[in-house]
Design a binder for this molecule. Structure first.
Ligand code: C5P
Length: 406
């Protein structure tokens, strides 16, 4: 482990695990980093300023306001200085404040002002960690703000409980900050379009032909690819607030236009969207009035985006598709893999209600162009997304190796 020296702001909040930060500050220093400790007001009950000052060779900050003349207020100075901000231990309280953008003391102000990557190492009672609100706040920090969580572990807790809530070891924290950062960014430098949701094909200004896709699978893939360093463009029919580019579309034609205008600059495309195969030939400009007779809506075929791009893509561009089927799952997926000339297909069975469209879980078969077959038993979509991105990395690596052989 020989990381580049970094400016680290270590925010210590009021948890018993705060005492472990003496060692962590020491470790940071031994690795050559410049550490500034910021204590919360309640954090002061758990550690003393003097040893932290000696160990970090820097002043320890706690107060928001100073009567001294400063070029910049302290929260902005530290926010701008930081390469990394680590909140450790992070209590349920500071996690909630971060999720809501509350700036009630120095560290929360720094967090709102900084552009640095924020890591948090939570530590708390098991019930507090598992509480819906804490989990919701964690989700906000990860998905909306791009914070990295160093998850708490199982163990005997100071509160008398035994269970999850024990702070991750200092070793794990160091590994996450300095090793995983480089190793776990295997998609860095890759620009990837990911589609999500079901398209809506207008019948009139209020009605459309749609489908049951929730967009969860595509979104999970976009999050995973972003976390692995990819420059993600999410083309989605469902509105999502993310810290990467999201382009909202409604119809298959709009999705096609966006993809075709972006794909040339991209290294990959993952089509997780459920694209309607048909659209009304004409969409009425006015709301269609109710009459006492049946009406017929004539449909025309939408172009198959995946097939068009599969046939025209450059050799190094990788395309992944999905195949949602209610029968002959694998056979149909294999046919699509061939017909659409794509690199990988993920097949799932939509006849099983617990998995698929609106569910948080899925069960899939992954087939690749070079003949690999993998079955992923039922699991959260986030895990399936991670696996798909890992496969994408493998395909990129294989493409590079093959290009070198030529
Ligand atoms: O042929 P089928 O519609 O089952 O193929 C599904 C895959 O093709 C999905 O990845 C979907 O996003 C993509 N698709 C597409 N354009 C369409 C229909 C499906 O890109 N018009």
């Amino acid at each position: 482990m020989a990381p580049q020296p970094k400016n680290i702001i270590l925010g210590i909040s009021a948890g018993i695990a705060a005492y472990k930060m003496y060692d962590l500050v020491s470790d940071f220093k031994k690795l050559g980093h410049n550490v500034h400790v910021v204590l919360t007001q309640d954090g002061k009950h758990f550690v003393s300023e003097l040893p932290l000052k000696v160990l970090s060779s820097n002043p320890v900050h706690c107060e928001m306001f100073s009567h001294e003349i400063q070029a910049k207020p302290i929260h902005i100075e530290l926010a701008d200085l930081a390469d990394i901000i680590l909140i450790s231990p992070a209590t349920a309280d500071i996690i909630a404040k971060m999720a809501c953008g509350i700036c009630d003391e120095l560290i929360t102000n720094i967090l709102l002002a900084t552009k640095a990557q924020v890591y948090i190492a939570p530590a708390m009672n098991t019930n507090m960690w598992k509480h819906f609100t804490t989990q919701k706040n964690i989700e906000t920090l990860v998905t909306k703000l791009g914070y990295k969580i160093i998850p708490p572990e199982e163990g005997a807790l100071a509160c008398g409980y035994s269970g999850i809530g024990h702070i991750a070891s200092n070793e794990k924290i160091l590994k996450t900050l300095f090793v995983d950062e480089t190793i776990n960014k295997p998609l860095a430098g890759k620009k990837i379009i990911i589609t999500a949701g079901g398209t809506k094909e207008a019948i009139d200004p209020v009605r459309y032909i749609g489908n049951k896709s929730s967009g969860k699978m595509g979104l999970a893939i976009a999050d995973a690819a972003h976390n692995m360093g990819a420059d993600v463009i999410l083309v989605s029919t469902v509105s999502r607030d993310r810290n990467y580019q999201v382009i909202e579309v409604e119809s298959a034609q709009e999705m096609q236009e966006v993809i075709e205008s972006e794909f040339d600059k991209c290294d990959g495309l993952i089509m997780a969207a459920a694209v309607s195969d048909f659209r009304p030939i004409t969409a009425s400009k006015q709301k269609i009035k109710k009459k006492n007779e049946d009406i017929t809506i004539e449909l025309t075929r939408n172009p198959d985006i995946l097939e068009i791009l599969g046939r025209t893509k450059r050799e190094k561009q990788i395309i992944i598709g999905f195949s949602a089927e209610s029968e002959n799952i694998e056979k149909n997926a294999r046919e699509k893999l061939e017909k659409k000339k794509i690199d990988m297909i993920i097949a799932n069975d939509i006849s099983v209600p617990e998995i698929g469209f609106e569910s948080d879980e899925n069960e899939v078969i992954i087939l690749t162009r070079d003949g690999q077959r993998e079955v992923l038993q039922r699991r959260p979509k986030a895990q399936i997304a991670q696996h798909i991105c890992n496969k994408l990395v493998e395909i990129f690596q294989k493409t590079i190796k093959e290009a070198k052989k030529i």
